[in-house]
Design a protein around this ligand. Structure first.
Ligand SMILES: Nc1ncnc2c1ncn2[C@@H]1O[C@H](COP(=O)(O)OP(=O)(O)OP(=O)(O)O)[C@@H](O)[C@H]1O
Ligand SMILES: [Mg+2]
Length: 221
């Protein structure tokens, strides 16, 4: 479903970060990317999510080259196909948990019917990840583990094909990290959402089907 061909990226102060990196990902796969701090994991995730551009190389999503999309098309591709989870939950403080979760729907125009069906979907997912009781709370009233589970539901609300998780358990204690890791795996298996997680956690990496290391700008087994 996703192919990276000879992706290179360098930054002026740092030099080459990604060096003709190749990666092929099948639909429904789950891949952990590990590597030391500064090895380029976030850079790679941002390129896959079209949040950043490589200097050269090709990015093929479901058979289509997506690097030459215009900004509007890129945004549509992201909103429709990709869910993001970052280390810090990035929930908006002035919206409740449930409002935060429903937010991605407003990036596209949704019919009342679609909104209702997504509301039901959100409620099921919230129940599933154990945050239904906090749906009407504001983010500052909930724990980090709950916030990260809310972020997971928000990332899934548009039923993306690909879930990109950059250090999703990095700010969680061991128990919550384990819980979130298990939920990521369950979502990958049940909904066939392809999962790429960049992480320092070998516990999380061990839960996924593949484990790749980012070394000298390339991914190695
Ligand atoms: N926008 C930028 N401008 C300049 N340098 C950057 C930029 N983004 C990343 N870098 C540099 O590229 C290198 C790779 O950074 P990146 O954030 O991808 O690493 P990482 O593997 O995600 O690290 P960590 O494990 O700490 O999250 C680092 O040396 C970083 O300083
Ligand atoms: Mg990073």
């Amino acid at each position: 479903m996703l192919r990276l061909e000879k992706i290179s990226k360098s930054f002026e102060q740092r030099g080459t970060v990604l060096d003709k990196l190749d990666l092929t990902i099948e639909e429904g796969d789950s891949i952990a990317v590990t590597g030391p701090s500064g090895s380029g994991k976030t850079t790679l995730m941002n390129i896959i999510g079209l949040l950043d551009r490589p200097d050269s190389g090709n990015l093929i999503f479901q058979g289509e080259s997506i690097l030459d999309l215009n900004p509007g098309e890129s945004a549509r591709h992201r909103n429709k196909n990709i869910g993001f989870i970052f280390q810090d939950h990035l929930l908006l403080p002035h919206l409740t948990v449930k409002e935060n979760i429903m937010l991605p729907l407003f990036a596209t125009s949704v019919s009342a019917e679609e909104y209702d069906s997504k509301t039901g979907y959100a409620e099921n997912l919230m129940e599933r990840v154990g945050i239904k009781s906090i749906a009407d709370k504001y983010p500052f009233r909930i724990s980090g583990g709950e916030a990260q589970r809310a972020t997971l539901v928000r990332a899934l609300i548009n039923k993306p094909l690909l879930l990109l998780a950059d250090e999703p358990t990095g700010s969680l204690d061991a128990k919550n990290a384990d819980l979130l890791g298990n939920l990521l795996v369950e979502m990958n298996l049940e909904y066939k959402i392809t999962l790429i997680a960049a992480t320092h956690s070998f516990d999380l990496a061990a839960k996924l089907k593949q484990h790749m290391k980012l070394e000298n700008g390339k991914l190695v087994k």
